[in-house]
Design a protein around this ligand. Structure first.
Ligand code: 7TS
Length: 404
């Protein structure tokens, strides 16, 4: 079991007061808080080894390069990628997805099909729509049921030899549904399609094994796993990364440049044009180390308890409805209270120190499916406690009294 007091002491922000009340941070789906080791890794980089990477012969540049590449290696082993050069640093999930959709513009033909799930964040919808506009490919949607689970028989029926790529999140940000991605990966491959997994909401809760999954692409953001904002990872199978054209042109991504012709660098540099977020990339490695020290078994156990307890306590509130009741779900509770707008609840409970997200959670098609304007979303991390859930429930009850 986790020593929760010890864990909480790692996160300086958790002792803050907000509006005069102790902070209860339940917006982990948007971004996680950062432990002191990660904050220290960023300042240590700037204090001790700041230099540009992959170019200088001087000592600091070599130290910075070593630290950056060591971090790539940590992430490679964390997700069990076969090669370090299959692990690309990005600025986040959104960047990773756009890199892939940009590459597929060179591959897709009019009439080719892209399957996207009904549970996606806008960043895993809009780039694919833009790709369809560019290429004449067609976007088809894998539907979901009232529990917020994707319907696998419909998925099977949509797959055909026209399907060129499938894109689906590992875990839904708005509802917490854990999707059957292993099944979906195998089925996509049966028709010769590639598959991208948006792992943004999964990596805070589990350790993906990209070789066992056999996915073609797996993307995530660093800031949701205790790492800095502006960092992320795109894992791609070597063969796919070799096949896709570069996303951005610039320094670092070339082999030779002349005005007649430019040749591109080997992986991973082909996709890493320009000076990257060096401090962030290094601190992301520190964040991954930290999460592993806490241990994903411990994380899952704590979050399961919070999910069960939070669900039970919230359902005590009259008129409260939970959206997203999948059999497999993670520590996210999206809810509404009859007759009250989610924004009003969010605003009042913020005054009581409770941080939740309200609105459509960048997943408007899900809100349209349930015919609601949005929800109140409490998303728990391993450093949250049942006492904090009690505070939230009391605050929601108070808001309900004030608003009805
Ligand atoms: N995909 C999923 C499943 C997400 O949850 C998010 C961010 C993204 C992609 C985009 O990640 P970014 O780091 O590139 O912005 N989700 C949320 C959220 O649920 N609340 O705020 C951001």
């Amino acid at each position: 079991m986790l020593d929760i007091n010890k864990i909480r002491a790692d996160f300086p922000i958790l002792t803050q007061k907000v509006n005069g009340k102790p902070l209860v941070y339940f917006d982990n789906g948007a971004t996680s808080q950062k432990p002191q080791v990660v904050i220290d890794a960023i300042s240590k980089y700037y204090q001790e080894i700041n230099a540009n990477i992959h170019r200088g012969v001087h000592t600091l540049s070599q130290l910075a390069t070593d630290a950056y590449e060591t971090s790539r290696g940590k992430i490679q082993s964390h997700i069990n990628a076969k090669f370090a050069h299959e692990v690309l640093f990005t600025s986040g999930t959104t960047h990773g997805i756009n890199l892939v959709t940009n590459g597929f513009a060179a591959i897709l033909k009019p009439g080719d099909e892209i399957l996207v799930s009904a549970l996606e964040h806008h960043s895993n919808i809009v780039p694919w729509q833009m790709l369809c506009e560019k290429t004449g490919a067609v976007l088809r949607v894998i539907p979901m049921n009232q529990e917020g689970e994707l319907i696998m028989s419909e998925y099977d029926a949509l797959l055909s030899n026209k399907t060129k790529i499938v894109t689906v999140n590992h875990i839904s940000n708005a509802l917490g549904t854990v999707n059957p991605i292993k099944y979906m990966i195998d089925k996509a491959h049966e028709v010769g399609a590639a598959i991208l997994i948006d792992g943004a909401q999964a990596v805070p809760h589990l350790k993906p094994d990209v070789q066992e999954l056999d996915c073609d692409f797996y993307v995530f953001s660093g800031h949701k796993i205790c790492g800095p904002t502006g960092t992320g990872i795109l894992y791609g199978k070597e063969a796919w990364l070799n096949k896709l054209p570069p996303y951005q042109g610039g320094g670092e991504m070339i082999k030779e440049v002349s005005f007649e012709k430019t040749t591109y660098a080997e992986l991973p540099h082909k996709f890493e044009a320009g000076t990257p977020n060096i401090a962030g990339g290094i601190a992301l490695g520190t964040a991954v180390d930290y999460m592993n020290e806490v241990g994903f078994n411990n994380i899952q156990q704590q979050e399961k308890e919070l999910l069960d307890y939070g669900t039970k306590r919230l359902l005590e509130i009259e008129g409260l409805k939970i959206f997203g009741t999948a059999k497999e779900k993670t520590s996210v509770i999206s809810f509404n209270i009859e007759g009250i707008h989610p924004y009003d609840i969010g605003t009042i409970i913020d005054k009581l120190g409770i941080a939740v997200r309200t609105g459509h959670h960048c997943a408007q098609p899900i809100m349209t499916f349930f015919n609601i304007p949005g929800t109140i979303r409490a998303s728990f991390a391993f450093y949250n406690t049942k006492e904090e859930i009690d505070l939230m429930v009391a605050a929601v009850k108070k808001a309900q009294l004030m608003l009805s």
